[in-house]
Design a protein around this ligand. Structure first.
Ligand code: DGJ
Length: 717
């Protein structure tokens, strides 16, 4: 049931709160409850009107009872705001325990505070505004739970209605408060190049936990995602936050001494703060909070449902099975070797052929070419369009790799526009991978990137674009700029603008986001791109760990994965071709091996797996995901339950974490399935199981050295 006037927001009659001292205080405004499918989020303006605070965040009805977050008792040597579950705090409200917003006046004064002004509930959006009578700063706290999700979207709109400029020394997007009476258990994802999305956990009783990036992209080191649980209930209620920002960022979690963990999320202002001129305004990046009662796996499902909504209609376009030539030919691309690969790929059932790096002039290795986006006539002597036509004649969509924000010092573009790159006057530029970075916030550079991509898509028959980014920003400067600039913010804003323009003008093109693997993965990119390349590491057991982490924060339709012959970097134990295929089927299947060297038997096996994938990919894309075990456990599988509930796909892998295998008596590994009605009957080949058996005992699988992966397709009888 939903209130037609306000969407899914409910305003209750003002409840009366009793303080610990017995004082009776009615809220000044609210409370308001935003409702999702299995979540509600309730906020209120307390009687003093100095901030908006959380009442509760949890399953439906959780607000009906004393707030688990509210605290009105003594706060020795601290202020009331340091302990209150404040939704968005200035440093006047939380001077000691971490503010979300720190503003300075022209004379350097801090401690800006504000008072409640008004609240609006319109079309499912709650907007609560506060204003500072001294500076004229207004802050609208905005909330929305998109229908059909358990994710609350939050963002803040700041307006300077005063007559003097303001400087934002810190501009976080939100604070989230989570009850953790026994201390916090945090789950996060760390990584490095070729080892992204490593899921890790940490108990935090006291102190701060901080992750982030100052690289101008989300980065390999951490994912802008965090899950929080009470230490005593690791499989129970779980809260998560994720940031929609493709630049530098920070997440800080800090439990107080009273059983509440507050998580601050937002941009990291690496360029020295933001200027808010008189009359100016800024909307800070959206941060999303998800809740589930079913642990980290349940939280993953909440993120998946939400990201499917972000994809909109594009979710319903089948992600193609692709071949990418990078691992086969690297920079030594030419028409002959690409066509040789494409012919085999087409025979295997591949649908899209992507020519990776190395197709343009000056690009013989990683030292040249970036910026000069013209097909190399030596590599394509009959012309690029004739080459594409030959690919298309194989009934393959043609895809192309680009890295439009990067520039080689030896390129023509750099010779013509040396001022377009990030640089600090009179200082050397730090090359990374032998390249510099375009200052995308510069209108001319943004126009160049947009017109380059738009031109490629208009001139050539291209249906797939892989947009790469292989170096972070080092020099935070724009030569000749008279004032301090928000370079990070301008880069991200133009990146998103260009994506939006390309999507609008070339709606049929699928775009894969990549940054030396998975360094540009955040909720904003999940909305702009179709799919992420999560890592350059395609070794089977390394990849298993990467994908396991990735799927905790991202839906399968976003997971691009290739079958290759790579052994991996960290865990090089051999695995079968079947293992590699079943693994790459966990999201969007691709092939990246040098298939010219595959035997007829390997090719036949590949064709068979691709055929099977096409039969199940709708379930992989739209199905409800249950993550079973993990890469460091004896059982490791992913269950996908089709939306109609009639088909269950299970992908399972032999992690090798078994004792006595093959020598000692051992029973099969069991994969317990989730979400099945106990009295349904399920069929897999000649075997039948009750839902009860599959849930309580599990699907049996017996691993051997030759049988190290399995694809189960269970049909409801
Ligand atoms: C890094 C990407 O992650 C790879 O897949 C490949 O596209 C290379 N760049 C090409 O330079």
């Amino acid at each position: 049931m939903s209130d037609p006037a306000t969407g899914n927001i409910y305003e209750r009659a003002a409840a009366r709160n009793a303080t610990d001292a017995g004082e009776d205080t009615a809220p000044l405004a609210g409370p308001w409850t935003l409702r999702g499918v299995a979540t509600e989020y309730t906020v209120v303006v307390p009687a003093h009107g100095r901030w908006l605070e959380l009442v509760s965040w949890g399953p439906p009805g959780v607000a009906h009872g004393p707030s688990p977050a509210c605290y009105t008792g003594p706060t020795p040597f601290l202020t009331a705001g340091d302990f209150a579950p404040v939704e968005y705090a200035t440093d006047a409200v939380r001077p000691f325990t971490g503010a979300d917003l720190v503003v300075e006046t022209a004379t350097g004064d801090r401690r800006i505070s504000w008072r409640y002004q008004q609240a609006e509930t319109d079309g499912g959006q709650l907007r609560v505004t506060f204003a500072d009578p001294v500076t004229g700063l207004r802050a609208a706290h905005c909330y929305r739970i998109p229908a059909g999700t358990d994710v609350v979207e939050r963002w803040v709109e700041l307006t300077n209605t005063g007559e003097a400029p303001l400087h934002l020394a810190r501009a976080g997007s939100a604070g989230f408060c989570v009850p953790t009476p026994h201390g916090a258990r945090l789950s996060y994802q760390w990584g490095q190049w070729a080892q992204e999305f490593q899921l890790a956990h940490l108990d935090l009783g006291h102190g701060q936990f901080s992750i982030g990036s100052s690289q101008g992209v989300p980065g390999h080191s951490f994912v802008p995602w965090l899950a929080v649980q009470d230490r005593a209930e690791p499989d129970g209620p779980t809260w998560g936050v994720a940031l929609a920002w493709t630049g530098s960022w920070q997440i800080v979690a800090e439990p107080d001494t009273g059983g509440l963990t507050r998580v601050r999320v937002g941009r990291r202002l690496v360029d020295g703060g933001l200027e808010l001129p008189a009359g100016g305004g800024i909307t800070l990046p959206m941060v999303a909070g998800a809740h589930s009662d079913a642990g980290l796996a349940g939280l993953a499902r909440a993120w998946h449902r939400y990201q499917r909504q972000l994809a909109g209609d594009r979710l319903h376009r089948a992600r193609p099975v692709l071949y990418n030539s990078w691992e086969a030919t690297e920079f030594a691309v030419d028409a002959d070797n690409q066509l040789a690969l494409a012919r085999i790929a087409a025979e295997l059932g591949v649908e899209t052929f992507v020519v990776d790096d190395g197709w343009f002039i000056g690009r013989h290795d990683d030292r040249g070419g970036l910026g000069d986006w013209t097909p190399d006539p030596v590599k394509f002597p009959a012309g690029f369009d004739a080459f594409i036509a030959q690919i298309r004649a194989l009934d393959l969509t043609f895809g192309l790799w680009v890295e439009p924000e990067s520039i080689s010092p030896a390129s023509r573009l750099y010779a013509e526009h040396p001022d377009w790159v990030y640089a600090i006057d009179d200082r050397p530029i730090t090359p990374i991978r032998n390249q510099y970075l375009l200052d995308l916030g510069r209108p001319e550079a943004a126009e160049f990137v947009h017109s380059t991509l738009d031109g490629l898509l208009r001139r050539h028959d291209i249906g797939y674009l892989k947009w790469d980014f292989n170096r972070p920003r080092t020099e935070p400067g724009r030569p000749g700029a008279a004032t301090r600039l928000d370079l990070d913010g301008a880069h991200v804003a133009n990146l998103h603008r260009i994506y939006a323009a390309l999507r609008r003008d070339h709606p049929h093109v699928t775009i894969e986001a990549c940054a030396a693997g998975g360094a540009r993965t955040d909720l904003a990119m999940a909305a702009h791109a179709d799919v992420f390349w999560p890592s350059d590491n395609t070794g089977p057991l390394d990849r298993l760990a990467i994908q396991h982490g990735f799927l905790h924060a991202n839906a399968p339709h976003l997971l691009s994965s290739w079958v290759t012959d790579a052994v991996g970097l960290f865990d090089q134990r051999p695995r079968s071709l079947a293992f590699r295929f079943v693994l790459a089927m966990a999201g969007v299947l691709g092939i990246g091996a040098d298939i010219r060297h595959w035997t007829p038997r390997q090719r036949a096996e590949a064709a068979s797996w691709i055929g099977r994938y096409k039969q199940i990919r709708e379930v992989i894309t739209h199905g409800e995901v249950h993550l079973i075990g993990g890469p460091d456990q004896p059982r490791c599988a992913v269950q996908y339950t089709a939306p109609d509930g009639d088909t269950v796909v299970v992908l399972a892998w032999h992690t090798g974490r078994l004792d006595g295998h093959g020598l000692l008596p051992s029973r099969p590994v069991r994969l317990p399935l989730r979400g099945l009605a106990t009295d349904d009957t399920w069929r897999h080949g000649d075997d039948t199981y009750s839902g009860s058996h599959l849930t309580a005992v599990g699907l049996p699988v017996r691993w051997t050295a030759d049988h190290d992966a399995e694809l189960f397709v269970l049909r409801r009888a």
